[in-house]
Design a binder for this molecule. Structure first.
Ligand SMILES: Nc1ncnc2c1ncn2[C@@H]1O[C@H](COP(=O)(O)OP(=O)(O)OP(=O)(O)O)[C@@H](O)[C@H]1O
Ligand SMILES: [Mg+2]
Length: 248
């Protein structure tokens, strides 16, 4: 089997703005790959391209040997590409369990089925398993509105896991977490089985570096550095980017 994900010279323009420029990237199966870079570097746009929110204006996107460049988002979910969003997309008026049920049914049918009532017992069992996996079993019946920020991030991870992803893409999973909430998230990320390939966007090096095997740094739509995590903090280009301007 080839790479979990391969990008060949991928670009995306929004009118005059060249948000992603000629990005080529190979992510082998099982790798933990972090994407760093300042605000506006094109990180989220790259995720949106891989997940099929919109097509690239140039280049090719291949996952698990299949050319996805022109395939719809739905198809990508079906072949096991799961993601979380930088901004939360939870149903705050529903319980933890019901959010997970929506995600489970959505993954199966390829579309969101809003009403959790009448869900089969099997789905409920799976939802409870997912709640446990993201350490929210004790909050399963709580309304999302009552969860802490960190617990919401955990739930988002649970929802992304509902489609049983082979490739999981997390957009700043630690954003907005308090220092006290981070270890729980770090542990959950570490605990993900290696049959899931993980790509995560993360501003916080303390979160990104300990779990990643490879780090890609983007700036102005381009890849500027690709290094193993042990070498990244001493890389002069990375230091210039991270010391030169604020991030977060
Ligand atoms: N749908 C869109 N339409 C127009 N411009 C867009 C769109 N999405 C992103 N952009 C622009 O593309 C550039 C890259 O944005 P992107 O969100 O990918 O950056 P990012 O690296 O994720 O930044 P951040 O760290 O702030 O999340 C920005 O200038 C942004 O304004
Ligand atoms: Mg972003």
């Amino acid at each position: 089997m080839g790479n979990a994900l391969e990008l060949q010279d991928v670009g995306r323009r929004f009118g005059a703005l060249h948000a992603v420029k000629g990005v080529s990237l190979k992510v082998p199966p099982g790798q933990r790959h972090a994407i760093l870079g300042p605000n506006g570097a094109g990180k989220t746009t790259l995720f949106n391209l891989v997940c099929g929110d919109f097509p690239p204006t140039s280049g090719q996107i291949i996952a698990f040997g299949e050319d996805l460049t022109r395939r719809p988002a739905l198809h990508r979910a079906r072949i096991g590409i799961g993601r979380t969003y930088q901004t939360s997309l939870l149903f705050t008026g529903l319980s933890v369990l019901d959010n997970l049920l929506v995600a489970i049914r959505g993954a199966r049918k390829g579309r969101f089925s809003m009403l959790p009532s009448g869900a089969g017992g099997e789905d409920v069992t799976r939802a409870r398993e997912l709640a446990e996996r993201v350490r929210l079993a004790h909050r399963a019946d709580a309304e999302v509105a009552t969860l802490s920020h960190g617990q919401r991030r955990q739930l988002e991870l649970g929802m992304a896991l509902a489609c049983q992803p082979r490739l999981l893409m997390l957009d700043e999973p630690a954003a907005g977490l308090s220092p006290a909430e981070r270890p729980e998230l770090n542990q959950m990320l570490k605990d993900l089985p290696r049959d899931i390939t993980l790509i995560l966007i993360e501003h916080d090096m303390d979160v990104a570096l300990p779990i990643s095997d490879m780090v890609t740094v983007m700036k102005d739509g381009e890849i500027v550095v690709q290094e193993t995590p042990d070498k990244i903090t001493s890389n002069p280009v990375v230091n210039r980017i991270y010391l030169g301007q604020g991030h977060g």
